[in-house]
Write a protein that binds this ligand. Structure first.
Ligand SMILES: [Zn+2]
Length: 320
């Protein structure tokens, strides 16, 4: 996820001034299959020329609950008490869209409880602050989280903060149970009608630091129809990488078509007058799960089929 949008005041310390001449976008993490092979690892070690966002010592904070992670389906634990999450978004709270030099943000008025998420693992409502995406240079990668090593071309993050516990978003991002982020995978498929309103406005925020009005948008249209999700405790995926996030990763991806993702890729990391660098591969590499459990609202399908087989086996034995 990206929190820069609401940390504009901290930008000078987080992002050193960078010369566009020496800048190259985030390097590829590893092959789409995310196999750790010698070339991938050695490539990783050579990663000295990163997006300016990552040119700080906090790149590796040494935490124990960092994000993103690879969600291992069979290792996730079905938790029947987890209720569906409930989003209630007022399209009138949608304010504007801007290019922060790493992604584009759609920001919301969070001074009231008009747009909130509740339910699921959340003890109280969390207010919607912004949403943004991460995507790849092509359709083979781009998501931050993966599912059994499967990578998606893009991932949506809807960022909410705990307004019962904290006074401001800026306070919440530094504290435990401060944030709740809904993650949605984007896969290549049908044209997404509702997303198109957003895609159409993107050319107006092509350059870094550009901002334009964007009103009356209800982002619940970007959620999948299926309510199943995984949830785990994690972190921001951009500096300051604080471990303040309850992640809610929707199981079912939404579909978008190639032309829509192509417009994402036409955005620029760079400001007007700088050498143009396309905004692509704006994701953080996978982080170790460590001592964490991923909970799910559903029984993993393989277990079900396994259970069915063993049930059939029992029936056959009885019949025999
Ligand atoms: Zn993000």
């Amino acid at each position: 996820m990206v929190i820069l949008g609401s940390l504009r005041s901290m930008l000078p310390t987080l992002i050193p001034k960078w010369a566009s001449s020496s800048f190259r976008p985030l390097p590829l993490r590893w092959a789409p299959a995310r196999m750790c092979n010698i070339s991938a690892c050695s490539y990783k070690l050579r990663n000295v020329d990163l997006h300016p966002l990552w040119r700080t010592t906090i790149d590796v904070p040494g935490g124990s609950r960092q994000s993103p992670i690879d969600i291992r389906v069979l290792d996730s634990v079905f938790h029947p008490q987890l209720t569906p999450i409930r989003t209630q978004y007022d399209p009138n709270t949608c304010l504007h869209i801007w290019n922060n030099g790493y992604s584009f943000f759609v920001e919301f008025d969070d001074s009231t409880d008009k747009s909130v998420v509740s339910g699921g693992p959340l003890e109280n409502p969390y207010r919607l602050k912004q949403f943004h995406f991460h995507w790849g240079v092509n359709n083979d990668w781009g998501s931050e989280h993966t599912v059994d090593s499967k990578v998606f071309p893009a991932e949506l993050h809807l960022v909410h903060w705990n307004c019962s516990k904290y006074r401001t978003f800026e306070e919440a991002i530094m504290e435990s149970n401060g944030l709740a982020v809904i993650g949605v995978f984007l896969k290549l498929g049908k044209h997404h009608e509702k997303l198109q309103k957003l895609v159409d406005i993107l050319p107006s925020v092509r350059y870094k630091d550009s901002l334009t009005e964007f009103n009356y948008f209800d982002p619940s249209c970007l959620l999948p129809s299926c309510n199943d999700y995984w949830t785990y405790s994690g972190s921001l995926t951009t500096p300051p990488l604080t471990e303040s996030v309850t992640w809610i990763m929707m199981k079912k991806p939404i579909e978008v078509d190639h032309s829509q993702l192509a417009v994402f890729r036409s955005l620029l990391y760079t400001a007007v007058g700088e050498e143009e660098k396309n905004m692509v591969d704006n994701f953080r590499p996978l982080q170790p799960l460590m001592n964490r459990t991923v909970l799910s609202t559903f029984q993993p399908a393989l277990r079900l089929s396994h259970a069915k087989k063993s049930e059939e086996h029992t029936h056959r034995q009885k019949a025999g």
